[in-house]
Each structure stands twice: as C-alpha cells, then as structure tokens.
Design a binder for this molecule. Sequence first.
Ligand SMILES: Nc1ncnc2c1ncn2[C@@H]1O[C@H](COP(=O)(O)OP(=O)(O)OP(=O)(O)O)[C@@H](O)[C@H]1O
Ligand SMILES: [Mg+2]
Length: 287
Amino acid sequence: MNTRIIAVANQKGGVGKTTTAVSMAACLGENHYSTLLVDLDPQGNATSALGQEKLTGGSVYNTLMGGTSLLEAIRPTGYPNLDLVPSELDLAAAELHVAKLENYLLRLRQTLHPIRESGRYRVVLVDCPPSLGILTMNALAAADSVLIPLQCEYFALEGLTVITGMVQKLRDAGANPSLVIEGIVMTMYDGRTNLSQQVVSDVRSHYGAAVFETVVPRTVRLGEAPSFGKPITVYDSGSLGALAYRQLSDELICRIEARMTAESPTPAVPQSTVISHTSDTTGTMPG
Ligand SMILES: Nc1ncnc2c1ncn2[C@@H]1O[C@H](COP(=O)(O)OP(=O)(O)OP(=O)(O)O)[C@@H](O)[C@H]1O
Ligand SMILES: [Mg+2]
C-alpha cells in the first residue's frame, strides 16, 4: 500500500492547522483510510484534541535525535483507523538540538521511512507548529505534499507566498524535489462578511484549482470540540463543521487517488483525465 505523507503547515499561528489535521484524520479514518496523525507541535494541541496526554519521551523527539523507532511512539486513539504520535513539551528543545545534527533537515524523513515501508497507513498527516523553524522544515522535507490551511482574513495571501516560496526553495535545493502543494483549504469562513467572500475570491483567482472547493465555515462546534478531546465527527457528527471536513476529506481522497493512478505504469483512467487533473494540483504556483 502506498503511503502519502502530508504536512499540514502554515507559518502563521491560529489559522486552523490543528483543527484541519485532526478533523481530516478522523474523516479519513471514518472512510476506511488507515491514518496516522503525527503531532509535531510542542503545543500538543492535536494530542489533546484527540483526548490524549502528552507523554515525556513518547513523542517524535527521541527518534529525531536518533533514539527509538517512531513505530514505538504510535498510540491508538480509539477512533476508527486512526493512530497518533503524540507531542511532548520537549519537542521545543528539538528545534535547538536537531539543528546541531548531521542531515538535520532530513531527520523526520528518516524517522518516517520505516512507517512508509511498513505500508501500515494510507495517509500520514503531520501537524506542524506555527513557524518555518526546524520542525516544520523537517516536515516539508519528509512529506509528499503540503496542505495549507488559510484563514479567511486580511493579509491571508501575503502569508501564503511565504510558505509556497519555501516549498519552491526546498524543491530547488534538492531537499525534497518532488514536494507538491496538495491544496489550500480556506478556513473559518464567515459568509456574513464581505471580507471572507473577498479573501476566498482573491485566493482562488491567484491559486486556481490548488484551492479546495470545500470552504470550512467558522462554527461554534468546531471551536468547542478540542476542549472535549473529540474530533468534530464524534463531538457533533451532523454539524456543519463535520460535514465540511467530510467533504474536504472526500476531495483529498480524489486528489490522492488521481495522483496514484497518474503515477502507476498502467493508468486505469484515460490519460487526458489524469493530465488535466494532476496539472491542476502539482503545486506549480504563480508568483
Ligand atoms: N472553523 C472553525 N470555526 C471555529 N473555530 C475554529 C475553526 N477552526 C479553528 N478554530 C479555532 O481557532 C483556534 C485556532 O485553530 P487551530 O488551533 O486549529 O489553529 P492552528 O493553526 O493549529 O494554531 P497554531 O498555529 O497555534 O498551531 C482554535 O481555538 C480552534 O478551536
Ligand atoms: Mg496548531
């Protein structure tokens, strides 16, 4: 089974990275996609949003430093087809310590290698901290693609050029030549405001089909779910937020499967379909 490693990243804080990573992971699991969520943020919000404790020595930290195998840090969440590598506070120290190691950018890539080889998961989602520091750079160097949550607010586009520029740099520098943008997801959309509508329209006009059709609304239930330690699909399964993330995960699955078909030696769908779809989502960004 091919494993797709997706970094959920945006250097800007509070844009919906963790909400998107946790909700998508739960939806993929619901969809029988075996999924691993790696909490790479020392804040540990994804860990607590799934009702799990941060555990000293139980995160990705030891493995980044060359210690235990990441397979040992995997914990079941109790939600269908969804496992977690939790965070711990010491992950903040990893920023400092990993930087001193050889191949410091490729540490997470090496760490995830046995997981990819094991074929145990269809998707590995990596929830990144709000910076372009060593941890996020490791995630971008390890991933097949990056999913960028973007809050519907003023200056959204400016922040986007920073992360897309970094993706381009990693490709050009050879750290991850095949890294692509999986998609941009607009979050916290408030249809009552002109601002939200304007931001979505601006982002779509610049980034076209790289932007997911699904727009995640700002809802009270999505804001509440983490404090109950439950993904939105469990906290309020019929809510607008749950429906939006289910629709988004369907879109993601379509993108993943289209790519896999395109990469396979004997395409099962007409070549023209593959080309038109992949050319939309290769992450070749303007500007
Ligand atoms: N669609 C939404 N509707 C309502 N509240 C939301 C929504 N998405 C996220 N939130 C809330 O906004 C806050 C920030 O979201 P989240 O933690 O997902 O962002 P983040 O990008 O991971 O933040 P950080 O950069 O600190 O890691 C959280 O309190 C979360 O519950
Ligand atoms: Mg977060």
